[in-house]
Design a protein around this ligand. Sequence first.
Ligand code: FES
Length: 324
Amino acid sequence: MSSAAYREVEVDLEVRRREQSADGVVTLTLADPAGADLPEWTPGAHIDLVMTPSLTRQYSLCGSTASRSEWRVGILLDPNSRGGSQFVHDKLQEGTTIRVRGPRNHFPLANSPRYQFVAGGIGITPMLPMIEAAEATGADWRLIYGGSARSSMAYLEALERFGDRVTICARDEEGDGFRTKLAAVLAAPQENTLVYCCGPEGLLDAVEKGCQAWPDGSLHLERFSAKTVEAPSDALDTFEVECQRSGITLTVPLDKTIYDVAEGAGLDVLGSCMEGVCGTCECEIISGDGDHRDSVLTDSEKAANQTIMICVSRSRSERLVLDL
Ligand code: FES
């Protein structure tokens, strides 16, 4: 199960510092206004920033896991913003308070003697605490980090101290050098090495392809947006969901999600992205066969069928019993 093993909270935090970390990237340092400690988290975790009742976005924590007094997030102003990054860049100034939920981790760092980290653009954020953890355990690690120009690539200064463990590829300096170097890095599976990648869709697809010959379980990805998951040919148009905790059974029709129907019935369901990316709506499966269409669970987690993202996934069995 991919749920976090630590405490999740919903709190109002204050923006203590706001720094420009690169062109278009701000780093916010968030802290409890009264100075209370924040919950522990692990590398790869993200938090939800609840900007308005209908606008919630997830951002990876990029500070140090050792700091209990503040959380840091790096946020790129996306020119195609659907409102989230624009809100952050326009409205979240030092002293502003923002509702925060989390932390939650669907991109946990597994123990390994060696890591290959791959970051594209703002996908560098979860890699920073992963590198801190790799350094702490003495793991052998490398990072390849690509972006359009050095001026738009955040945290380059912080990475400088790692010398040749880090390869920086800026498109305005070396054209498609990132893809060429990446292909060379992944060309042959490396022994006892896990690959962690975060970045835009095209990069994730390239890394997925590049890792095809690597042992199963080597590659770990985090997506910013949902990948297209086709409905299986035997998908059910309608099915029943038994909500065991609430003692009610609901029928989910073709044009509604489990989340919609559960919320409509007055159940206390939690969701955020509504496209199978963030993991907020994850529910435990008690029995039945999930038709998993999310971008959060790995293939082996989907096969294990222990949890389901109810905002997009459906059922392959006539009845699905959930811990709802
Ligand atoms: Fe984000 Fe379901 S609400 S995965």
